[in-house]
Design a protein around this ligand. Sequence first.
Ligand SMILES: [Zn+2]
Length: 288
Amino acid sequence: MALVSSTSLLQTARQNKYAIGAFNVHTLEMLQAVVEAAEEAQSPLIIQSTVGTVKHLGADYIAAAATVAANRSSVPIALHLDHCSDFNVIMSCIRAGYTSVMIDASHSPFEENVAATQKVVEAANAIGINVEAELGKVGGVEDDIVVDERDALLADPAECAEFVERTGVHTLAPAIGTAHGIYKGTPNIDFDRIKRIADVVSVPLVLHGGSGIPEEQVKRAVSLGMAKMNVATELRIIFSDAIKAVFAENPEENDPRKYMVPAKQALKKAAMEKMHLCGCVGRASDFR
Ligand SMILES: [Zn+2]
């Protein structure tokens, strides 16, 4: 099937209390690996790229590869642009064929975040593209931050409700204590905050910083309303480690297929494990 907008995928996921894995890819092999995982798991899938990867590969190359993958696949696949603060990059990705975008103006004051998000939602609604926005600050939340500071960084439930109401955004990433990258200790997730946000916001919620969150914490966050889990760093490490292992054994290796195949296999396995955590395995049947 063609690439689909992630809006209906995520609404269905939230209604049925599971999350869809959204995996950042940087190469063709990484894209193929997560698609093969979704196909084997019969799971809906969101392929993501960062702005950096768009600059590295080109939005048109990424969209073309994702389109081929979706056309060959029996499961629904969306292509999403992760964390982007530049309206022009968002528009160029939509033109290239992305079906979902994130406008991240979370580092700006609330009113500016509302205005920037409104502008993207207006453009996206004309062609049925999903828009995700962020409230609060995901990155930089450390375990040793004192409560007052931490509270200021995390999303406020009343502000979340007002933000969704005023912007019409389709999916919301509220900062609830997760962080990007690999956690040094256990993530300090504010589950009560997720619940209070989910009580007042009906759109699907997005869990950023999904690398290395323990199983029971992912399941609890999903049960409370998180319908999309972003995983980037952990998958990148697994992919790279598999390549390093080939070179450790054979430093002379110079056939990219010889090191890309094991890297793909390792990434595919890891993506399937994340799909199990999210509860989206077998859920492609929800969209037939
Ligand atoms: Zn993120």
